[in-house]
Structures are given as structure tokens and as C-alpha cells.
Design a binder for this molecule. Structure first.
Ligand code: AOF
Ligand code: ZN
Length: 364
């Protein structure tokens, strides 16, 4: 491996430490090298706190002078919640910056590189760009598509069934798989479900991981506003948002009083919640990545809409047969040549289950 690549590899590993905590900010780390030695490392932890470059410069101190800064995202040149990193790098006397990718944030977008170059700093970018884009696929999606990266999770039998013929579905997959689901939730800005799942399972949809720095928003799609005030998904923290088509003021007021943010969508034409409109709204709330954990109706609607970027499927070693519920209920029969295509990019054992990750070929 090229020495630069192994340092960028280190940068990406450090940046991944922020997977569950930096949102809405991207996951960013910086490593400063001088005379072949690492003199400073920094990892961005949370929005509002110092950027990775600032932390690495602080650790390096005087040894930053003449050094090379490796960072997985173009250094910012704007005054946000924190001052521009370009100023910090220039003031510290850094002589070269190697970034994996440009920052797609319109406030930066190449401006950081220009600022550095104008100050006489050598700038390179594109090293391990694909891995860097993958790590921040949610942030990139929000910045460039104005919608979050959508991951759909479901657990099923080997024959792709999510519940028995009578709807019984508790614990198809193992405790180990459920821990992985907690990690998927923790990495997400929001977890989305349907009112059907809330009524059937009363899930809390929260992250139960020790030391979790933030909870994802919990989003319920509830066309007719059937959510009751005592549903566990509402929680105590004001993080529950409901999308509805209902204009029932009394219900809206009651749920608002229970701490729920009710969003009445404007596009009523189809009689159902517009998924693109909902996702655009979530992007406005700065959601980078969202996780769908829903039943077969909503999951099927998401697949049919073509809006799913990534599948996270857990398969248990059981079979429920053709009378059981399928993973994805579709409105329309699908001709073979119009099947939704995904590219499987990972399959691994998780306890006794198999985890399959697949990507929408139009998204990646
Ligand atoms: C960096 N290094 O570690 C991060 C960057 O509000 P602020 O000040 O935190 O700025 C947020 C924006 O800064 C974010 O949208 C992205 O464009 C950039 N994030 N940039 O150079 C970092 N977290
Ligand atoms: Zn910055």
C-alpha cells in the first residue's frame, strides 16, 4: 500500500468513530504527518464542537509547521458553528493538504481547496475517494440530492417471510441480529415506521446502547392520524415526528400536547403520504441517513417507489411457507424484466442469522 493510502486508511477509521454522533455534520478525521511521523490526530465528534483539523492541529502544536494534513473531506472555508479550518491550517504553517473528497456542502464545494492553494499550500484530492464517499453517503445524499440516504431493514425467514399467516412475528431473528439493528439505528438520523407496525408491536424505536450521544428522530407515517397518546414511540424527548394527511385539528392538538411534532403534508392528490415529499422534509430537518423499519406494506411501497438506496436484510434459519406474510407487499404485479435490482455487496453471519447488505444500482 502506498504510504499515503495507509494514512488515509487511518483517517477513515478514525472518522468512522463519529458514525453515530456527528450528524447532521459529516464524519471527519484528520491526521498530520511531519517528517514521516504522525504528529497530530483529530476526530470530529459532534456538531457545534471543533472540526477534525482543529483538533489535529492542536495536538500537533508547533510540529504542524511544514507538515502534511490528511483529511477525508475538503477542509471547510466558512464560518459555521465553528471557524473555518482553512484559516487554522494556513496559520499553523501546514505545507500540504491531501483530502479524499470535495465537500459537497454548497458553502464549501471547492472553496476550501482554493483558499488553501491561494495561501501557497499544495493541495491534492481524490485519494480513497470512494471509501470516503461511502462513509459519508448520507451527508453527500442530503447535500446533492436534497434527500437522505435511505436504508431499509427487515428480518425474515429463509423464504423471505416476515410473519406467520396470522401476523405473529415476534423474534424471527436472533438477539445478535437485534444488536446489529441497534447499531444501524444509532448511525441513522431518523428511524421511519408505519402506523400499522406501531399498532401491532408498539415499538419504542430508540437506541439502547450505553453511552449513545444522540437518539435518532422517530418518524411514523400515519395517514389518518390513528396514533394514540400512549404509544411507546412517542417517548419523552420530543423526538417523535408524525407525517399525516389528516387535518383533524383535535387529534393534531392532542398529539402535539403529548410532545409529538405533527407534519400535515400538502400533497393530498394520491390519498397517501408522498414518500418523496416526506424525504425532502426530512432532509430539511438535516437528516443524512434514515432507516426504515416497517411492515410489508410500507416496506413494499418504498421498494416500489425506487427510493431505497440500501437494503439491510437479516435471514433466520426457518421457513414459514406461502401462507405467511411476505417481506414486500406490492400494489402491482411486477413483470420479470421490471424487477427492482440491487447489487449485493456484503453477506455475513451474525450469530445464527445471515445479514445481507445490498445497494440500489442507481444510488451507488
Ligand atoms: C471539516 N471538518 O470535521 C467537519 C466539517 O457548523 P460547523 O462549523 O460544524 O460546520 C459544518 C460544516 O462543516 C459541514 O456541513 C461540512 O460542510 C463541514 N464539516 N468540515 O473541515 C470537520 N465536520
Ligand atoms: Zn472545518
Amino acid at each position: 500500500m502506498d504510504p499515503g493510502e495507509s494514512i488515509m486508511q487511518r483517517v477513515l477509521e478514525l472518522a468512522a468513530q463519529g458514525t453515530a454522533s456527528t450528524q447532521p455534520n459529516p464524519r471527519v478525521a484528520c491526521v498530520i504527518v511531519n517528517n514521516g511521523e504522525i504528529v497530530g490526530e483529530g476526530v470530529h465528534q459532534r456538531a457545534g464542537e471543533p472540526h477534525a483539523e482543529r483538533l489535529a492541529l492542536e495536538q500537533a502544536g508547533e510540529r504542524a509547521r511544514g507538515g502534511t494534513a490528511y483529511v477525508n473531506l475538503e477542509p471547510c472555508c466558512h464560518q459555521g458553528r465553528t471557524p473555518p479550518c482553512t484559516d487554522g491550517l494556513i496559520d499553523a504553517g501546514i505545507s500540504k493538504v491531501i483530502a479524499a473528497m470535495r465537500d459537497p456542502n454548497p458553502l464549501v464545494e471547492g472553496g476550501g481547496f482554493e483558499m488553501l492553494a491561494a495561501a501557497g499550500i499544495e493541495v491534492e484530492h481524490g485519494l480513497m475517494e470512494e471509501q470516503a464517499r461511502w462513509l459519508n453517503r448520507g451527508f453527500v445524499s442530503r447535500m446533492t440530492r436534497e434527500r437522505p440516504w435511505v436504508t431499509l431493514k427487515t428480518g425474515a425467514t429463509l423464504d423471505g417471510r416476515t410473519a406467520a399467516y396470522d401476523g405473529t412475528s415476534k423474534w424471527i431473528t436472533s438477539a445478535e441480529a437485534r444488536i446489529r439493528v441497534q447499531e444501524l439505528r444509532a448511525a441513522s438520523s431518523a428511524v421511519i415506521t408505519g402506523i400499522g407496525t406501531v399498532q401491532a408491536d408498539d415499538p419504542s424505536l430508540d437506541v439502547r446502547i450505553d453511552g449513545a450521544l444522540r437518539q435518532p428522530l422517530r418518524v411514523v407515517l400515519d395517514s389518518h392520524l390513528q396514533l394514540t397518546d400512549n404509544a411507546r414511540v412517542i417517548g419523552q424527548d420530543g423526538h417523535c415526528h408524525v407525517f399525516t394527511l389528516s387535518q383533524d385539528e383535535q387529534r393534531i392538538d392532542a398529539l402535539s400536547a403529548a410532545g409529538v411534532e405533527v407534519v400535515a403534508l400538502s400533497d393530498l392528490s394520491s390519498g397517501r403520504i408522498s414518500l418523496p415529499e416526506m424525504l425532502a422534509e426530512l432532509a430539511k430537518w438535516q437528516c443524512n441517513e434514515v432507516l426504515i423499519e416497517a411492515g410489508s406494506t410500507l416496506s413494499g411501497a418504498f421498494i416500489e417507489s425506487g427510493l431505497v438506496d440500501e437494503l439491510a436484510l437479516f435471514y433466520a434459519g426457518s421457513i414459514l411457507g406461502d401462507k405467511a406474510q411476505s417481506m414486500f407487499q406490492f400494489e402491482q404485479p411486477v413483470p420479470f424484466d421490471q424487477r427492482a435490482e440491487f447489487v449485493i455487496n456484503n453477506a455475513e453471519m451474525i450469530g445464527p442469522d445471515v445479514f445481507v447488505q445490498a445497494l440500489n444500482q442507481h444510488s451507488w
